[in-house]
Design a protein around this ligand. Sequence first.
Ligand code: DC
Length: 231
Amino acid sequence: MKHTIIAIDGYSSCGKSTMAKQLAKQLAFTYIDTGAMYRAVALFALRNHLIVDGEINLEALKISLKDVKISFCSPNADGKADICLNGENVEKEIRGMEVSNTVSIVAQVPEVREKMIDLQREIANGCDVVMDGRDIGTVVFPHADLKIFVMADAGIRAKRRYDELLAKGENASLEDIRKNIEMRDQMDLTRPISPLRQAEDALVLDNGLMTIEEQNAWLLNKYQELKDAQH
Ligand code: DC
């Protein structure tokens, strides 16, 4: 039986994970957060002092990559599986500002991308998946059944992220978050391998002024259209 792959790509802090997670739950698909995988590698690099003052020790990182084991724990009741780094659940740690500030550097390393892409294909093998990231519809699964490209104004994204961090009791500055988002957009768009770009056959979702319910309804509608077209 052919499995269905839904690729959700787009700018950082667009709420891709939230929508992908919810959609996966409704369709009883496996949800794969590929950003979390790059974040876990960044955490590994930080912990092992392979990134110091924003400078990456490329050679050392490439050598150490064989010691990086990324996996997903068993899903919780919501169907969301936390990310593990060498068997340790690091879901909380990868969301902090230190990792957010360095992950784009790590995500530009070809060897890191190669390893993550192989793993993403392996995890998706044999199941229906909703996978979110930057290059899912363009590189990881260019033949995905449904491709969504998500965008929203940078100011709106910064405010959402700010509210999220405050709700978690973390200290944050709206200005710093906006700068971080703009810096990440720039790096995602301009990196030489797998830059963020919209696949030609992707459907664009600008969710800046949409509620979560509205965007979920939009996604379910696109999935239904896909199913109708397949019959
Ligand atoms: O979606 P996120 O913010 O958790 O992603 C973290 C970083 O990882 C982001 O800077 C872009 C990078 N990333 C990537 O290069 N390719 C992916 N498929 C997913 C994320």
